[in-house]
Design a protein around this ligand. Structure first.
Ligand SMILES: Cc1cc2nc3c(=O)[nH]c(=O)nc-3n(C[C@H](O)[C@H](O)[C@H](O)COP(=O)(O)OP(=O)(O)OC[C@H]3O[C@@H](n4cnc5c(N)ncnc54)[C@H](O)[C@@H]3O)c2cc1C
Length: 429
């Protein structure tokens, strides 16, 4: 029986381990922290006793690899699926504007949704539709040295259209402002959202905390297929002989009995430990942070499940009944500020955009994720490595590898599936 060590218990490592154990490969997964889930996990907030995520995660219908993985581990039912696209936006005056498709006749329902997007004028909506229809015909090469703003301007998207729609979608999907993020990768995402049938553009949210939504099922699936999971096992060193990894050292143990290795740790962790094995000169990725501000309420009059905020430093509000979760993406400019200052800024925004008053608030918690995602700039896209490495039995996974997708759950799952498939193909040779 062939065997594999998977390093990293985020969703990329869990995916690799699940697909390998499915095919009877003996897997040992080593995770440095005492929990699984990596950058997508949940925990119990002490004051409220509510389970909260380290960061609200939004999935989309176009996350095909993720949905297949959730089906495999029996976790598909732990998520809420929109029947058709509906995003509620709030303007500063508290006006609700919807991007909503009514009929299910694709693609007319999406065109109809854009045509009815009342945050912008009718002429702007027509220009928006023209741009979306043109997307498949825009050459990739043309975009590989452009940022999103320059591209949108070139495509005659007005300032209002950029602010009311494109900026919110881009920052949400890429966690990077449109002056920095690559137009190339943004076009790839828009193609997946708008040109993949009805379901692709819908939003998917976990029903409960992320650890319940997928981590538990993944662990159970891997272990019931014979896989072993070792927590608090941080890999420190590879022993290499004849261009193969023959030993893996953690602080406590040396692993020698394996055929293949998948590294599914983040780029910065990989770069710290193993960079000299791979790159002649040290390469660096730029990262971007995300803030999640959880606010517990006495009264909540919000009706929708989530809202996008037009022209606000707060990008999203997720409504969980007795508490709301505000998300600020691309948050490097705020990350080192005290929690109270961030909270006060959020309260001002809530008062502008909603009917909430400060007296409705019970308590709050600010969660900061400093290296939440890598910046999908043209430079970063260019240096992303593929899963195959020059070490014969080592494969890479992780949202940062060359999946063609931004730093997302879908990229992580795709990378984990690809690394597992490469090993399975070698096993069959
Ligand atoms: C706040 C926040 C919000 C986000 N929102 C979204 C969203 O809405 N939609 C979306 O699709 N994506 C979102 N993301 C991105 C998404 O969470 C990541 O892309 C995904 O979780 C990355 O998974 P991964 O397995 O590649 O890496 P990670 O989750 O980082 O997993 C790597 C694992 O490796 C472990 N590790 C590190 N070093 C070692 C070592 N030496 N030995 C052993 N183990 C090690 C780590 O502890 C970690 O568990 C968000 C991320 C954050 C932080």
């Amino acid at each position: 029986m062939e065997s594999c060590i998977v390093i990293g218990g985020g969703i990329a490592g869990l995916t690799s381990a699940a697909y390998l154990t499915k095919q009877n490969i003996k897997v040992t997964l080593l995770e440095s922290s005492p929990k699984l889930g990596g950058r997508a996990y949940s925990f119990t907030e002490q004051k409220s006793n509510d389970v909260v995520d380290n960061g609200q995660h939004i999935l989309m219908g176009c996350y095909s690899d993720t949905i297949n993985f959730l089906k495999l581990i029996g976790a598909k039912e732990n998520f809420i699926y929109q029947k058709r696209l509906c995003i509620n936006f709030l303007t500063q005056a508290g006006k609700l504007v919807r991007l909503k498709s009514f009929t299910s006749i694709y693609p007319f329902n999406l065109i109809f949704a854009l045509l009815n997007f009342k945050a912008i004028t009718y002429t702007e909506r027509l220009s928006l539709i023209r741009f979306v229809i043109k997307l498949p015909f825009i050459s990739h090469q043309k975009l590989s040295d452009k940022n999103i703003r320059d591209w949108l301007k070139e495509e005659k998207q007005s300032d209002a259209t950029i602010k009311s729609l494109w900026e919110i979608i881009a920052i949400g999907a890429l966690n990077t402002n449109i002056d920095k993020a690559s137009a190339f990768i943004f076009r790839e995402i828009l193609m997946k959202i708008f040109f993949n049938g009805n379901f692709a553009s819908t939003i998917i949210l976990p029903k409960n905390g992320l650890s319940d939504a997928y981590v538990k099922n993944a662990k159970k699936y891997i272990e019931s297929n014979g896989g072993k999971i070792k927590l608090s096992s941080s890999v420190k060193e590879f022993i290499i002989s004849d261009n193969k990894i023959v030993g893996i050292k953690t602080a406590e143990e040396v692993y020698k009995d394996f055929d293949y290795v998948i590294s599914a740790i983040p780029f910065y962790a990989f770069n710290n430990i193993f960079s000299e094995l791979f790159w002649d000169e040290k390469i660096e990725f730029e990262y971007s942070s995300i803030l999640n501000i959880h606010i517990w309420l006495k009264n909540n009059t919000m009706k929708e499940q989530f809202y996008g905020l037009i022209d606000s430093p707060v990008h999203w509000i997720f409504n969980k009944g007795n508490h709301i979760n505000l998300v600020i993406s691309d948050a490097d400019y705020l990350i080192d500020k005290p929690a109270e200052e961030i909270y006060n800024m959020c309260i001002n925004e809530l008062i502008k955009y909603t009917e909430l008053e400060e007296s409705d608030i019970l308590h709050y918690k600010v969660l900061k994720e400093k290296r939440a995602t890598f910046v999908p700039s043209n430079k970063n896209n260019y240096i992303r490595p593929s899963s195959k490495t020059k070490i014969a039995n080592l494969f890479l996974a992780g949202d940062w590898t060359d999946t063609g997708l931004p730093s997302t759950i879908e990229s992580a799952v795709k990378s984990g599936r690809v690394a597992a498939e490469l090993i399975l193909a070698e096993c069959q040779m």
